[in-house]
Structures are given as structure tokens and as C-alpha cells.
Design a protein around this ligand. Structure first.
Ligand code: Z15
Length: 808
């Protein structure tokens, strides 16, 4: 463990100096925000010192550098995390207490940077954590959005979106690196010249913006390695402030260049998966790709000169989904146009350096850009893509049976569009999915023609999560109980959690497992009371579904279950249930009408159920607004039931399933994504598995005879009553009825098979719910889940990437 302060006194001396230098005030005079800012700056300063040591050491050892390109990094708050990773959390907490301050209160003042939407962005952040822990020279490359993902407010049950001004108070962790700014060109046209008997290409008439990097340190657990995350901000390339126009009173026009450039990094697009096509988004994608490539090549050049043939020995470029798909063509452009390499040489270097992860099979999420938009914005990149595509076509044996179909499915340019997934695959030496089932689906359907050609390029890397952030930091009570039993080695090597297994026979220990859960539930209940006014009972079962709202994730199935229970409890005296709080949290894309209606339905059901004295001692519905990393860390530790109920085949992996498992929740889920691996590890008897499997869903689709009406007609008492309640006024008091949801299920024929899985779901829920009565058995299963969750550490995932993809 590298330590940055010898003792409390040294910390206090340094801290007082930083408070003084930063605010001009003494610690006693400084307010809480200043105290937070100064503390973060102090830790960030030490982190940067170690970062430069880590960099020097990796140079000396000629370590391969891994650049992780992602358009999202959902890093969460850093102060608490970095104190933990430096091993000084207790020291700093005690020192602050001596000074009359409270560390937890200061941590709460940190903004939660929302530079991502959901799973993909948080995965990227866990990977940075694990690369630093594993001592990999691994760097994030992404976008510095001025406004992160919108803040969600709930008004009359509806989601409202409010701008997230996370930078307004200043962000103490970042350092602006003006000296490493890069000019990026858009538009213009390609000019060809002859130079020494060779065609040379360049772009003329492009308009340029300046990409300015901001570096954020990434502290690995143990404090030995500090890497960095580099995020890019767009600014005008020249100061074109027009004084004359300004003096004539046209203030806005005087600064128009600035506004146009800054628009590129103004907002994060709030769609988790699905609809795109905005020119500004394409500009974002090219900006962070081109700036990142330029920046990593500069570092390489400083270390190894222009020895491009060995680039792939020293550098790995990983593309997180298709948003950075232009890494391949952009690296080709630099090698061809700026470094003068021949196509074949350059292509070999590119394909040995670049690798690709696919995160979804949803067709609406597979990025495609209209060729005319694309070629106008990025003429040279487009030209290179055309040549890649031409050579790809040429590589087929046109005498072979069915080659046309294989080409049609794998072409980059088709039907007037640039297909980014195919571009990513063709430019990469490795293509992976994010869970076993997901990779199988890629190989057998979505990318099957590629798989047939180059099966060895395909591999699986089941996702993981950081045990430091999602267990140690989020759940300090449980973490210290675990450490009291098996020591603290699990923080370094989460597979050691398996050493908890013998404690399943220890009744006193199991009781403590239950007691820490109860404390976490009380902590969450206080948060809910503060944020929403709703009172929830920590003695009830906390049943939790927290994730983005999407039809395939089937929050609708969950609320149908709640409606059914409500109706049975109020009409059928034989219905029994352990007291349960149904907790939902998550955002919907601003333009995703159906998802937003499901949020409104949940809040409308909550409004009725929570006010109804016939049931509100037994069931409560709780929607927690504005789901983000910081409140997620309060929610996971409080959960007993983890709802992972996507239609089989649709959820690539899921990662909240792993976070909840590690925190001792039992999975109520379908055999989808990484749920399958949870069951393999922890045993079906320790979870609640229900519903159609992927092959069964497939068979149904192939037969094509599923009819939602049949299910409704067969079950008027329960399903019929649930669906009827959407439009009969039962839940319409708050802000109206739910015709559009009813139409989705009955007229659009229930595309996500909510009605089909309804009964097996409710039955599986009731079984789990009744199991709760025997608390010893329950706590034993909870502990078993935690004990078997170590394999889902992102350290394991990252070691697999390192050994099998990056060779770092
Ligand atoms: C996103 O969050 C995911 C996939 C995407 O293609 C996009 Cl654009 C965003 C999610 C998957 O839905 C989820 O199953 C997976 O666990 C996560 O990426 C990380 O791989």
C-alpha cells in the first residue's frame, strides 16, 4: 500500500495549507464547499504525483499502453473512492473529526459527474478502476460534456428533464492541458497531389475546432498505480471574437464561432441505446477519436520515434461499442497521409492495434449513418472507408456459393448508409461480447457471417464491477463484517469472498448479515424520506429494480405484478404476502414516450397503493428520482430482491445484477445476459428464476403465432383485470390513464412478452417472498450470493482482456 500521508498530523498540516492557498481563509473560516474543494485538490495533487511516477515507470519497463476509447465514462464521486484506494479513509476521517468536521458530509458535496447514460458508461469506469488496480498502463479517452445526463425530476408522476450543470461549482479533479490541445477539421474536400510518384491526399477548406484535453487521475486500489482519464472539450480554433460586431451591440453574433465549436461538447446524448442520426453526435464521435489518436501517437512518437511497424507491440486501442468506430479509419488516415506509409503496411498496423466490444444486439442500437451526411462532414475518412469496403468486397471468392449474401451482411457501405458495427469488426483483431449468451448470439446471428470467416477473432468477456466501489465503499457495514471473517484480501482479489462459505453454518454470523442489511435499509429509508417525503419500512422486504427504462428490461412486467398483488390483496382474503417495498429507479430517454409512460404508471400505482389503508401496511411502491452513481451506492446495499427480468436474449449482460448479488440480494430473473452466469455460480436454488428461455423465445418468434389476446382471454381474473386497470380510471387520478401502454400490449401484440411471462414471474416472486419468513435460510442464501460473486469483479474481466486481447 503506497501511503501519501505518514500520519494524521502530516495530513492536517498539508490540508490547512491547501485550504489557505485555495480560499485565502483558514480552515476554521472556510465553509463546507471550500473545505470539500480543498480536500479534493489535495488528494488530486498527490494522485497526479503518483500518476507521473506510474507513467515514468511504464516508459522504463516499455509497458504496453492500453487506450480505452469510450463516448461515456460514468465515474461517480471520487473523493471517498480515492481515500479508500489510497488506504487513508480512516486516517482522514479521524483527522477531520479532530478538526471538527465530518468526512461524509464533505463527500456529499461532490458533484456526481453524469458523463454517461447507464451500463456502458459505468462499465468503462469500472474498467479504469481495475486497470489501475492491475497495474496496467491503461487510459480512458472520452468526452467532457459541459452538461451531463439530465437531472430527472418527477412532477405528477411524470419525468421532467433539467440541465445538469455539474461544472458550475468547479471540478477539482481535472486539469486542463491546453498544451496538448489538438486541431480537428470538419467538412472541406479532398485534394490529391503527386509527390515522388505517389498519390498524396489532404483536405482543403475544412473548418477547424480545437479539442482541449482535461485529465482526471484514476487511482488504483493500493495506491501504487495512478492512471488517467482524458476527456476532450471542443473550443474555437481561433479567437474569432468580433469586436466591431460586439460594439454595434450584436453580442451573440460576435461570439458565434465560440458557440458553434462549444456545441460539440455541450451535451451527452441521453439515449442509452437506440435512435441517433444527429450531425452533432457524429462530430462528437470524430472529435474524441481524432484527438485521442493524435494524443496517443504523440506519446508513442516521444518514446519510440516513428517506428510505426511496432505500434501494436506498444499500444492497444480498445473501442467500447461502435461510437469510437472511426479509430480504424482515423489511424489509417494519419499513417497514410501524415506519415507516408503504404496502404498494406498501415492496414496491418491498424488491425493489429484495434479491438472492439459489442454491447447490444438490439437492431435500433446498431449505429448507421447516411452516407451523404457522413461524407460531407468527414470527406477523407469517408474515402478511406470506401477503400476499406472495396478491399473487403475484393477479398471474397466470387466463385463460392452464396458469397453475395455474406458480402451484403458484412459490407460497411450499404443502402446509402455507413454501418458502424461492420466497420468496427473489419478494423479489429478481436471482437467480443459481454456475457456468454450474448457472445453466442453475436456468433450465431448478428455477426454470423463474420464469425464464419474468422471464428478466432471472436471471444467472450463477461462484464464485471468494481468490488471497491460497489461493496467496500457503498456498503461499509457489510464490508467490515466480511473483513472481520476473512480479512481484507478480498479487496485485492475478490475470489477470496468464497472464503465466506463456511460462515453459512454460523448462526450468529448470519444474524449479523441480516443486521447490516437492516441498517442499510434504514439508511435508504432516510434518503427516500428526505428526497420524496415517502415513508418506507426497513422491516419490509426491499425488492429493487434500478436501471434505465427500456421496454425490453420490462419494468412494465414488474408493475403489472404490483397491480396484480394490489388487486388480489383487496379482493381475495386468501392472499398472503410478507410486507414488501417495491423500489424502482432509473431514467428514460427524453424522446422515448413508452418508457416515460411506464415511469408515470409506476408513480400512479404508487399514488394509489401507498394511500390505500387496506394494503399500505403490506405493500408500498417507491420511485426514487434521478438515479445516478451516488444514490445507486445507497440502493444496492439495501436490496433483498434483485429484479433482472429482461426478455430472454435482449439484455447483453446487465451489471446491476452483479452489483446487487455482491451486496447479498437474491436474483429474481430470467435466463438472460449474465444472470445465466450468476445461476451457474450460485446455484438455481439460491435465486428465483422464471420465464421463457432464449431458445423458447426463438421458437415462439419462428412459429409466429403468439397472440396477446389469447392470454388475456384465458385469464380474465388476473391478467385481464391488470390490463383493464390501465384504462378504467383505477390509476388515472394523478395525471390520466394509460391507453398507450394498453395499446403496446394488446394492439402491438406485446412485443416483449410481458403477458407470456407474467404468471411464472409472479409465482417466482411469491415463492421468494414467502421464503423470507425463514430469516436464517434467507441470510444464508444472501451470504452465499456474496461469497460466489467474486468472479464478477471487473479485475477478473480486465485480466482476461489483458491476457487474451491486449497482450499488455
Ligand atoms: C448500454 O448501456 C449498453 C449497451 C449499448 O449498446 C449501449 Cl449504447 C448502452 C449496455 C447493455 O444494455 C447492458 O446489457 C450491458 O451490461 C452494458 O451495456 C455493459 O456492457
Amino acid at each position: 500500500m503506497t501511503t501519501i500521508f505518514q500520519d494524521k498530523e502530516q495530513f492536517i498540516d498539508e490540508y490547512r495549507l491547501v485550504v489557505k492557498a485555495f480560499t485565502g481563509k483558514s480552515f476554521e473560516e472556510a465553509g463546507a464547499t471550500d473545505r470539500y474543494q480543498a480536500l479534493a485538490r489535495l488528494i488530486a495533487g498527490h494522485a497526479r504525483d503518483i500518476a507521473s511516477e506510474s507513467f515514468t515507470e511504464s516508459s522504463r519497463k516499455h509497458k504496453k499502453r492500453v487506450y480505452y476509447f469510450s463516448i461515456e465514462f460514468l465515474i461517480g464521486r471520487l473523493l471517498d473512492n480515492y481515500l479508500l484506494n489510497f488506504g487513508i479513509r480512516d486516517l482522514v476521517a479521524e483527522a477531520l473529526a479532530d478538526m471538527g468536521a465530518d468526512l461524509d458530509e464533505l463527500c456529499e458535496l461532490e458533484p456526481d459527474p453524469a458523463l454517461g447514460n447507464g451500463g456502458l458508461g459505468r462499465l468503462a469506469a469500472c474498467f479504469l478502476d481495475s486497470m489501475a488496480h492491475e497495474g496496467i498502463a491503461g487510459y480512458g479517452n472520452g468526452m467532457r460534456y459541459r452538461y451531463g445526463l439530465f437531472k430527472q425530476e418527477i412532477v405528477n408522476g411524470r419525468q421532467h428533464e433539467v440541465a445538469d450543470e455539474w461544472l458550475s461549482g468547479g471540478y477539482p479533479w481535472e486539469v486542463r492541458r491546453q498544451d496538448r490541445a489538438v486541431r480537428i477539421g470538419f467538412g472541406g474536400h479532398v485534394v490529391t497531389r503527386e509527390k515522388n510518384g505517389r498519390q498524396v491526399y489532404s483536405v482543403e477548406g475544412a473548418s477547424e475546432v480545437l479539442a482541449v484535453p482535461y485529465d482526471i487521475p484514476v487511482v488504483g486500489f493500493g495506491g501504487k498505480t495512478v492512471n488517467k482519464l482524458r476527456v476532450w472539450s471542443a473550443e474555437p480554433a481561433e479567437e474569432h471574437f468580433d469586436l466591431e460586431t460586439f460594439n454595434h451591440g450584436d453580442y451573440a453574433r460576435a461570439d458565434a464561432d465560440r458557440a458553434n465549436a462549444e456545441a460539440i461538447s455541450a451535451i451527452l446524448y441521453p439515449n442509452d441505446q437506440g435512435e441517433h442520426g444527429r450531425l452533432l453526435r457524429l462530430k462528437q464521435e470524430y472529435l474524441f477519436v481524432a484527438a485521442g489518436i493524435s494524443s496517443l501517437l504523440r506519446t508513442y512518437r516521444e518514446e519510440y520515434g516513428s517506428d510505426w511497424a511496432h505500434l501494436s507491440d506498444r499500444v492497444a486501442i480498445h473501442t467500447n461499442d461502435t461510437h469510437p468506430a472511426m479509430c480504424g479509419p482515423e489511424l489509417m488516415r494519419v499513417l497514410l497521409d501524415e506519415e507516408g506509409l503504404e496502404w498494406d503496411e498501415a492496414w496491418e498496423i491498424v488491425t493489429k492495434t484495434v479491438s472492439f466490444t459489442n454491447h447490444t444486439i438490439l437492431p435500433e442500437a446498431l449505429e448507421r449513418w447516411p452516407i451523404d451526411t457522413f461524407s460531407r462532414l468527414l470527406p477523407r475518412i469517408y474515402q478511406i472507408i470506401e477503400e476499406i469496403n472495396r478491399r473487403w468486397a475484393e477479398s471474397f471468392d466470387t466463385a463460392a456459393e452464396g458469397w453475395q449474401e455474406h458480402f451484403r451482411n458484412t459490407a460497411i457501405l450499404w443502402d446509402g448508409e455507413v454501418r458502424m458495427a461492420n466497420l468496427s469488426v473489419i478494423c479489429s483483431h478481436s471482437i467480443n461480447g459481454v456475457a456468454k449468451l450474448h457472445t453466442e448470439i453475436l456468433e450465431s446471428t448478428v455477426l454470423r457471417d463474420f464469425y464464419a470467416l474468422t471464428p478466432k477473432k471472436f471471444n467472450n468477456k463477461t462484464n464485471g464491477i468494481s468490488p471497491r466501489r460497489f461493496l467496500a465503499e457503498a456498503n461499509p457495514g457489510y464490508a467490515s463484517l466480511i473483513s472481520s471473517a476473512i480479512g481484507t484480501g478480498w479487496l485485492d482479489d475478490a475470489s477470496e469472498l468464497e472464503r465466506l462459505l463456511p460462515f453459512k453454518q454460523d448462526a450468529a454470523f448470519l444474524e449479523k448479515v441480516g443486521a447490516t442489511k437492516l441498517e442499510n435499509k434504514a439508511r435508504l429509508a432516510r434518503y427516500v424520506k428526505r428526497e420524496t417525503g415517502l415513508v418506507i419500512d426497513p422491516a419490509s422486504i426491499f425488492d429493487v429494480q434500478v436501471k434505465r427504462f427500456h421496454a425490453y428490461k420490462r419494468q412494465l412486467l414488474n408493475v403489472f405484478k404490483v397491480i396484480d398483488l394490489y388487486q388480489r390483496l383487496t379482493t381475495d382474503p386468501n392472499t398472503t404476502i410478507e410486507p414488501t417495498t417495491f423500489i424502482f429507479s432509473g431514467k428514460a430517454a427524453s424522446s422515448y414516450t413508452f418508457a416515460k409512460e411506464v415511469i408515470r404508471l409506476i408513480n400512479s400505482v404508487a399514488d394509489v397503493v401507498n394511500k390505500d389503508p387496506r394494503v399500505n401496511e403490506l405493500i408500498k411502491v417507491c420511485f426514487i428520482p434521478n438515479f445516478r452513481v451516488s444514490n445507486a451506492q445507497l440502493i444496492y446495499p439495501a436490496a433483498e430482491i434483485s429484479e433482472q427480468i429482461s426478455t430472454a436474449g435482449k439484455e447483453a449482460s446487465g451489471t446491476s445484477n452483479m452489483k446487487l448479488m455482491m451486496n447479498g440480494a437474491l436474483t429474481l430473473g430470467t435466463l438472460d445476459g449474465a444472470n445465466i452466469e450468476i445461476v451457474d455460480l450460485a446455484g438455481r436454488e439460491n435465486e428465483g428464476i422464471f420465464g421463457l428461455t432464449k431458445p423458447e423465445v426463438q421458437e415462439l418468434k419462428d412459429k409466429g403465432n403468439y397472440l396477446a389476446w389469447d392470454l388475456l382471454n384465458d385469464d380474465p381474473e388476473r391478467l385481464g383485470r391488470v390490463v383493464g386497470s390501465l384504462t378504467d380510471g383505477t390509476f388515472s387520478k394523478l395525471s390520466g390513464g394509460f391507453e398507450s401502454i394498453r395499446n403496446e400490449v394488446m394492439i402491438n401484440n406485446d412485443p416483449d412478452l410481458v403477458l407470456l411471462d407474467f404468471h411464472s414471474y409472479v409465482d417466482a416472486f411469491e415463492k421468494l417472498n414467502h421464503d423470507w419468513a425463514n430469516r436464517t435460510l434467507w441470510n444464508r442464501r444472501a451470504l452465499h450470493n456474496t461469497a460466489m460473486s467474486g468472479w464478477f469483479s471487473s479485475d477478473r474481466t480486465i485480466r482476461e482482456y489483458r491476457d487474451e486481447i491486449w497482450g499488455a
